[in-house]
Design a protein around this ligand. Structure first.
Ligand code: ADP
Length: 399
């Protein structure tokens, strides 16, 4: 069974083909600058990456060019497109109506369209991808996985805000939770590495990349999250503020005279690591400035790690009395031993003890806690695409 996974953005499309027998990637690629000037990169297993610059006016052309690479005589990985058995698509927001992976039908497409308002930047791009790929590969099953669906374990008391109940009843304001495929994948892998039963594994996972979200999971299902209705709250991110007292937002508009659009720009684009450090949204730049004594760089790292530490504690409270693991993943979580160390300093309160040496020297999937740490600490590369392929495989095999 070969599964094509599509992750579509407004001007980009990532694709990857998995052989589900071995769970190996046969090839992967990225089509960028769709509707601008177009650029494609493609890599077949173990081969050198190929780069092509060509005009790519829309998503249909993007997938057409991608699939031509897949079946190219010398550099491709398949003889014909009929060797693709199913396609798995990623959509960020399923809202309250799409809470599990689905086989795509016109009814499901309509529901995704109804949820466009919940993720105005992401969902329309995902839909463009679905329509384009379905048109080119109409005879095989297409499925869709939703980032928000992982949090089907969140109870009402976890997802409701303590606003007037009408805000939820009339308009649907509630918490959702994001990076679902990533949290699901690392929880499943962590349970395996810890030799634990997946169905009762209890962990807090920290997806720390350009965007940051933490999830509390029981049995590899999300029961609580650091993010909320949107993706700006929780801990500070590259350019996003994380939690801010809503009174400040009101004052910025009412007293300082900022427009809602300016406040949006402030909290999404000019805050977080960039806002505090004044240097960069990339933590590598901030770490190197902190080493030469830049005070705002040091402050940014301290605020960032302190906020994540506080959320680890908050989410541990949603694990119903037992925490098996703390998991770090994504660009920063996987790669920065310094940030992991800074977050864990103080988490002894939860029975978390890092092994300094393992933390600094482990690469890939690893347990990095001390032998007598009550809670295991792991660093794990995430694989959202493989998670989606696994869900597609399951759905198609159920038919
Ligand atoms: P996203 O997909 O959310 O953009 P990623 O998971 O790719 O993010 O993470 C991107 C971030 O990871 C970058 O902002 C960078 O700060 C960080 N990062 C990548 N490599 C390293 C590294 N070796 N050490 C520290 N941070 C890193």
């Amino acid at each position: 069974m070969n599964i094509l996974v599509i992750n579509s953005g407004s001007t980009s499309m990532k694709f990857q083909i998995f052989d589900m027998k071995t769970k190996r990637t046969l090839c992967k690629g990225l089509v960028e600058r769709i509707g601008i000037d177009g650029a494609v990169s493609f890599q077949a297993d173990k081969n050198e990456e190929i780069s092509i610059n060509t005009s790519i006016p829309d998503h249909k052309t993007a997938i057409d060019i991608a699939l031509k690479q897949v079946t190219a005589p010398k550099t491709g990985v398949l003889d014909s497109l009929s060797e693709i058995n199913a396609v798995g698509h990623r959509i960020v927001h399923g809202g309250s109506t799409l809470t599990k992976p689905e086989l795509i039908t016109s009814e499901v497409e309509k529901k995704i369209e109804d949820n466009v308002g919940l993720a105005p930047l992401h969902n329309p791009a995902g839909l463009l991808g679905i329509r384009a790929v379905r048109e080119l590969l109409p005879d095989i099953p297409h499925t869709v996985s939703f980032d928000t669906a992982y949090y089907s374990g969140m109870e009402k008391e976890a997802y409701l805000y303590a606003l007037d109940y009408g805000c939820y009843e009339n308009w649907g304001y509630r918490k959702f939770g994001f990076h679902g495929a990533s949290h699901q994948y690392v929880n499943i892998r962590a349970a395996k590495l810890c030799g634990a039963h997946r169905d009762d594994f209890r962990a807090v996972s920290c997806h720390i990349g350009g965007g940051v979200s933490l999830a509390a999971s029981i049995g590899c299902v999300g029961v609580d999250t650091s993010v909320g209705y949107g993706t700006v709250c929780g801990v500070p991110m590259g350019t996003r503020s994380g939690d801010v007292d809503p009174e400040i937002i009101l004052q910025l508009i009412m007293r300082e005279g900022m427009t809602p659009e300016e406040v949006k720009e402030l909290i999404y684009k000019k805050s977080g690591l960039l806002g505090i450090s004044g240097i960069s949204s990339d933590i590598r730049d901030i770490i190197s400035s902190s080493r030469t004594g830049n005070e705002r760089a040091v402050l940014a790292l301290n605020i960032f790690s302190r906020s994540i530490r506080r959320y680890v504690c908050a989410l541990a409270a949603s694990l119903r009395g037992r925490m098996d693991a703390l998991i770090f993943t994504a660009g920063i979580g996987e790669n920065s031993s310094l940030i992991r160390q800074m977050i864990c300093d103080g988490l002894e309160v939860l029975g978390i003890e890092l092994d300094k040496n393992l933390n600094e020297n482990s690469r890939g999937e690893a347990i990095i806690s001390a032998a007598d740490s009550r809670v295991k600490v792991l660093t794990l590369p995430t694989d959202e695409e493989l998670m989606i392929a696994m869900e597609t495989n399951m759905l198609v095999n159920q038919q």
